[in-house]
Design a protein around this ligand. Structure first.
Ligand code: FMN
Length: 142
């Protein structure tokens, strides 16, 4: 979800960067999601990326809801991270990580941008996409 579109722009970019690297992406808009579909996708995902703006120093409530669901489902995901936008400061990543004690995942470097994403934020998302693609390639060869 997104209030001023920055998080959506980041999710759009990461989705494209992952697809360009051959990583299959299932993307859910948490404002309209069918939680049954989200749950099915979570169970199978190798990597979970939560996109959220910072709201009242933490994740948006809908991202917290998705994290609660993910933690309850205990998916077998191996990697997780957070991307999103903030205005001044916050602890969205730390708070989301605290909400996922059941996930035995390696946390990949989050990408948070201040306000609207700029070139260096898109570059950081490309690095993240490359890291996810490399992790998944390792999975396939095992
Ligand atoms: C109700 C509300 C609360 C917010 N609280 C915070 C906050 O605690 N810390 C912060 O850095 N930004 C806060 N922001 C600013 C947003 O995180 C910032 O505008 C961000 O770029 C929005 O991302 P979006 O374009 O994806 O909606 C808040 C914005 C709103 C509307």
């Amino acid at each position: 979800m997104t209030m001023h579109e920055s998080t959506r722009m980041m999710v759009d970019h990461l989705t494209g960067a992952l697809a360009a690297r051959g990583v299959a992406v299932e993307r859910f808009d948490l404002t309209t999601v069918d939680i049954g579909e989200l749950a099915m996708s979570l169970v199978d995902a190798a990597t979970v990326v939560i996109g959220t703006p910072t709201v009242l120093t933490g994740p948006h409530p809908l991202a917290a809801y998705a994290a609660f669901l993910a933690n309850a489902l205990k998916p077998k995901a191996k990697w997780a991270t957070v991307i999103g936008s903030y205005g001044w400061a916050g602890k969205a990543v730390e708070k989301l990580a605290e909400m996922l004690p059941n996930l035995k995942v390696e946390l990949l470097g989050p990408v948070l941008c201040k306000g609207m994403p700029r070139d260096d934020d898109y570059a950081a998302l490309d690095v993240l996409a490359g890291a996810i693609a490399a992790k998944h390639a390792g999975l396939a060869s095992r």
